[in-house]
Design a protein around this ligand. Structure first.
Ligand code: FES
Ligand code: FES
Length: 872
């Protein structure tokens, strides 16, 4: 059918399908990619908001026919001055991270500030109800909207910071273009002759594939290829640590989870590809799934994955004699703590674009967390050498660990190889949730003792984690759980064992804070219980046990430097004491998180500075920008090393140079990438100091490679245990209001050295938001291996109106092994949060909660999300 509307002042006449969503009309037929697709057709994330006859509407939930006769305005259609005003406000306030949500929010901000010249923060938060941001915690988004309102009233907008020295709040690289939706994500990119891909996923958690018939799909006009396992020329099984994940499940094999791929289709357009995928006929012989990790360990349990027994990994930490120490302790507490499976819900669903080049190579645009790992696995899958594939990072719309594993890269590359054409494949929200690994659900049995003075004597813990159908990095998550089992405290006797177990549930792998969040919920709960038994204040028992230089971490590593936990405890104390004096229900929890993977893994930082003919310096590195601000921070190190202005540097992440560093994970990119940039920058500086003008150095390449080989494996029989390069530390205080709702969070964090205070505090704010959701509302519940809901609001990620006040206190305890003293803060922001909430809730109603999420609490019930729609 034909519809007519006015788009940004220009009349348009467009042919659409009767059932077409308007977002797809705008993006695919009109080329408006400033509107993003985060959840279509749910209408629950706001990334697709446009002004329809002046009113903000989610275009993904609006049929195109409804747009007939309407006036449509997107950010692209605003006057240049207003666009500048909006982008300046978001850049100046650091009001964006990955930026995928921001164009929709920016248009909403225009509507809010047009309507109300002096909106309160509460009014802004309420007006953002239809919008989801997974990165920021909304604090700085609301700052940006307040600033926009002030600007419209005539107030000047502070110029975004251009001072790139370490310690300055340099505006995020590309902030303005990202805020306006002009900086393309993978799905925004189109190349000539490009085809679109779609996947066929298993609806069953465990079944034998009897037959795959692609005849009907191939017959659909516009379909160019249908790929199945039989078409894979190389190794069909891939994985980060273990090749146990097939890119396609073959006939005769079992599907192992509801995200397994049976076939992939390439067609002229996305709609045709998806329609054809629906016509692929797969017959299954259903098999009983293994859904409980305890059952998976039974001797007669079916084997979930043919590449490995059901016990994926066992990690053990034993020091001293925990049983004897517990028997001799003045006070002992024990209990079982359980945590839930969590969906990352990064706002940008997975997407890849593979483009055959005339020289026979394949160019892969990916948003993965390790582009060289993507290249390695894709090359193996296609049966070609890595040199035949060039790879480029398109900075992604959030990842949080969920984009470490391969998602659609291999299938997209295969379709491109089969058709000889560029292919783009983007998942829907539902497919995304089914396919990528989650945060582990853990069951943790803890027994902890202390002496009469409240000093910890022993920790004994047994931990079991549901790793789902594939290894991913599940073994490492449970290893970190064991290694962080005593939290930020010195404990002389330790007996911890953790198990990662295969099941037919969705795979679990890396997610921000991997393993540490879960065990802190248990360990901090034990501290609260011991405090009561010992008659101590909860801050005091933490102070008495907090790690110091010279103390021994859970793993046996004697800490030699940069232990900032006591500074964070001191920083929150006035807030904690004041809240207690006011009679508030207060919770407090500490946290520690490794920075750098460690545990015996060789780790690299690699950077290249290339002087370009146009006077810029390209800054290549191997780690990924995913909203955390890495590229901005690396530019700041380059500025420090060279003395050149920040605007000189253009960050790039691609395979021009071999900068393999592995995944961007474990809060290590600033730690190691920063050191590499400093090393490369020092060489460029030396040439400048020798009297060379920058222009005279055009074409020179300055390399910075650093390698860390001195960490030791967990439990290794070595004289000096050093499991990790560095650790971040934190203490958080949660204060409830009179109704039991979270009113305020005070988060004190040791960042080593704060490279960029605006980005650093933004990381913590966003992590606290994620931690509060983890504590209260977030859960990806599955039945028979299938998520029970794909609705964003039911999954429980908090909205702006749900957020309490968050006060971030950054403390510095310089890390000698970090660049200029810095260490990673990407993960630790939510490590203590759930435990602090649990403590506050117990102070409020006397109930000690040991299961996440704590939906039975007044704090959870006060939230606008996390319950079935219409149930509240
Ligand atoms: S894409 Fe439209 S609301 Fe999420
Ligand atoms: S900045 Fe909002 S989702 Fe990433």
């Amino acid at each position: 059918m034909m519809i007519e509307f006015v788009l940004n002042g220009t009349p348009r006449r467009v042919e659409v399908r009767p059932d077409e969503w308007f977002l797809h009309t705008l993006r695919e037929r009109c080329g408006i990619t400033s509107l993003k697709d985060g959840c279509s057709p749910q209408g629950q994330c706001g990334a697709c908001v446009a002004l329809v006859d002046g009113v903000p509407k989610t275009t993904c939930a609006m049929h195109s026919r409804v747009a007939d006769g309407k006036r449509i305005v997107t950010l692209d259609g605003l006057p240049a001055e207003e666009r500048q005003q909006i982008s300046d406000c978001f850049a100046t306030t650091a009001g964006l991270q990955c930026g995928f949500c921001i164009p929709g929010i920016a248009l909403r901000a225009k509507a809010i500030t047009d309507r109300d010249p002096v909106p309160t923060r509460e009014a802004i938060a309420r007006a953002l109800d239809l919008h989801l941001c997974r990165c920021t915690g909304y604090v700085k988004i609301i700052d940006a909207i307040e600033l926009l309102a002030a600007a419209k009233r005539g107030a000047p907008i502070p110029t975004p910071c251009s001072d790139g020295r370490v310690g300055q709040p340099l505006a995020r690289i590309g902030a303005a273009q990202t805020a306006l939706g002009d900086r393309p994500f993978v799905d925004d990119i189109a190349v000539p002759g490009m085809l679109h891909g779609a996947l066929v996923l298993s609806p069953h958690p465990r079944a034998r594939v009897v037959r795959i018939d692609t005849t009907r799909a191939r017959a659909v006009p516009g379909v160019r290829a249908v790929a199945t396992a039989a078409d894979v020329p190389g190794e069909r099984w891939y994985g980060l640590l273990l090749n146990d994940w097939p890119g396609f499940v073959a006939v005769g094999e079992e599907v192992r989870c509801v995200g397994d791929v049976l076939a992939a289709v390439a067609a002229a357009d996305r709609h045709t590809a998806r329609e054809a995928a629906r016509l692929v006929e797969v017959s299954y012989e259903l098999l009983p799934p293994v859904l409980d990790p305890h059952h998976a360990l039974a001797p007669d349990a079916p084997r979930v994955n043919p590449q490995h027994e059901n016990l994926l990994e066992r990690a053990v930490v034993r020091r001293g004699d925990a049983d004897a120490a517990l028997a001799a302790s003045a006070h002992v507490v024990s209990g079982t703590w359980t945590t839930q499976r969590i969906e990352h819900l990064f706002l940008e669903p997975e997407s890849a674009l593979a483009e055959p080049r005339p020289d026979g190579t394949l160019h892969l645009r990916t948003q993965g967390q390790g582009i060289f790992e993507d290249r390695r696995q894709v090359a193996r899958f296609l049966g070609v050498s890595q040199e035949r594939i060039s790879v480029e990072l398109v900075p992604n719309g959030g990842a949080f660990g969920g984009k470490e594993d391969m998602s659609v890269q291999a299938q997209t590359a295969l379709l491109a190889q089969m058709t000889g054409a560029a292919v783009k494949l983007t998942l829907s929200r539902e497919e995304s949730i089914r396919l990528h690994p989650k945060r582990h659900a853990l069951k943790m049995d803890y027994t902890v003792g202390c002496d009469a003075d409240g000093r910890l004597t022993a920790v004994k813990a047994r931990i079991i984690g549901d790793s789902g159908a594939y290894a991913s990095v599940g073994g490492k998550v449970l290893e970190r759980a064991a290694g962080h089992a005593c939290g930020a405290y010195g404990v002389p006797h330790v007996d911890v064992e953790s198990l990662a177990v295969y099941t037919n549930n969705p795979p679990c792998g890396a997610m921000r804070g991997f393993g540490a969040n879960q065990v802190h919920f248990a360990m901090e709960g034990c501290l609260d219980l011991l405090a009561r038994k010992a008659g101590l204040d909860r801050w005091e028992i933490r102070w008495r046990n907090a790690l110091s230089v010279g103390d021994t971490f859970t793993t046996g590593q004697v800490l030699e430097k940069s232990v900032g936990i006591r500074k964070t405890l001191q920083a929150v104390k006035p807030h904690y004491d004041a809240a207690l004096r006011e009679g508030r229900a207060v919770g407090i929890a500490c946290g520690v998180k490794n920075s750098g993977i460690g545990n015996g893994v060789e780790e690299w930082g690699k950077a290249r500075l290339v002087v370009e003919a146009d006077g810029t310096v390209s800054l290549y590195n191997g780690y990924t920008e995913m909203g955390q601000g890495l590229l901005t921070v690396l530019v700041q190190f380059a500025v420090e090393a060279t003395g050149l202005p920040a605007a000189t540097f253009v960050p790039k992440v691609n395979s021009t140079f071999d900068l393999q560093c592995g995944q961007t994970t474990g809060s290590r990119a600033t730690l190691f990438g920063g050191r590499a940039v400093l090393a490369a920058g020092a060489k460029l500086r030396a040439d400048l100091d020798a009297g060379h003008a920058l222009a005279a150095l055009t074409g020179r390449v300055y390399a910075g490679d650093i390698v860390v080989r001195d960490t030791t494996a967990l439990g290794a029989p070595v004289a000096k245990i050093k499991t990790h390069t560095a650790f971040g530390y934190a203490t958080q205080v949660v204060i409830l209001d009179a109704n039991g709702r979270v009113e305020r969070v005070v988060a004190a964090h040791d960042a080593g050295r704060v490279v960029n205070p605006a980005l650093c505090s933004g990381q913590v704010e966003g992590a606290v938001h994620m931690g509060l959701g983890y504590a209260l509302t977030e859960e990806l519940r599955c039945e028979n291996g299938m998520p029970v809901t794909f609705k964003l609001k039911e999954i429980g990620v908090l909205r702006a109106r749900d957020m309490p006040r968050v006060e971030v206190i950054l403390v510095e305890e310089p890390e000698p092994e970090g660049p200029m003293g810095a260490k990673g803060v990407g993960e630790i922001g939510l490590v203590p949060t759930a435990a602090a909430v649990a403590g506050a809730l117990e102070a409020f109603d006397g109930i000690r909660r040991t299961t996440l999420p704590m939906k039975d609490s007044p704090a959870a019930r006060a939230m606008s999300v996390g319950f079935p729609l219409g149930a509240k």
